[in-house]
Design a protein around this ligand. Structure first.
Ligand SMILES: Cc1cc2nc3c(=O)[nH]c(=O)nc-3n(C[C@H](O)[C@H](O)[C@H](O)COP(=O)(O)O)c2cc1C
Length: 190
């Protein structure tokens, strides 16, 4: 369990923040992969992505292809939801917040430089993601000069973080709401 009924709200906050940081830095941590839900009009659209960075302000960073559906969706509606699950500790963490596409800035350049050549390859496909092809191999064709043109960084600023700790003695649910730059905690009925 990541927290118990006797953990203080302050302790829960610090444990959850720590696990989010671990999710970004440790590829073996269960929070390294996260379900990102965006809105396509009024239709929710989910997919797994890799959590790349969490900064001190609790801003979360994800990398993707600039031509992907999620980028178009975020450009139209920045409201997103992230869902993590720590299976071993039986703890779910949901983050609702606003996404922003970071492009043509120093931050974008730094992230591009920080990823390995092999990972940069992932952004060189000639055809855009989701293009219909007659054979799978057509979709693997790549440009040989490694450009950052199709590389996008998505930053997500949370405004609510909710945790559900499963426990045989009684499940625990706690929410943290961002109100004027302060995180307000509240225990909830699970
Ligand atoms: C374990 C896993 C990790 C993934 N990580 C990423 C990622 O970090 N960035 C990304 O754009 N797509 C990632 N994908 C692929 C996405 O789930 C998705 O298929 C792709 O980004 C297209 O999404 P979209 O068309 O909804 O934008 C990952 C898929 C899996 C299964």
């Amino acid at each position: 369990m990541l927290f118990t009924a006797s953990s203080s709200q302050k302790e829960v906050w610090s444990i959850i923040k720590n696990h989010l940081h671990l999710g970004a830095s440790d590829p073996k941590h269960p929070f390294h992969f996260v379900n990102l839900c965006t809105l396509d009009g009024d239709q929710p659209d989910s997919r797994y992505v890799v959590l790349r960075e969490v900064n001190a302000a609790l801003q979360l960073f994800i990398y993707t292809d600039s031509r992907s559906e999620k980028i178009a969706q975020i450009n139209k509606n920045p409201n997103v939801s992230l869902l993590f699950y720590h299976a071993e500790e039986r703890c779910q963490v949901k983050i609702n917040g606003k996404a922003n596409i970071v492009s043509n800035t120093e931050i974008h350049k730094e992230h591009w430089k920080s990823i390995q050549k092999d990972a940069q390859k992932g952004y060189q496909s000639i055809l855009a993601p989701k293009t219909t092809v007659s054979r799978p191999e057509e979709g693997w064709e790549q440009k040989s000069d490694f450009q950052s043109k199709n590389f996008s960084v998505i930053s997500i600023l949370p405004d609510q973080i909710e945790c559900l700790q499963l426990d045989r003695r009684g499940h625990l649910r706690i929410a943290f709401d961002k109100v004027k730059n302060n995180w307000i905690p509240a225990w909830l009925v699970p």
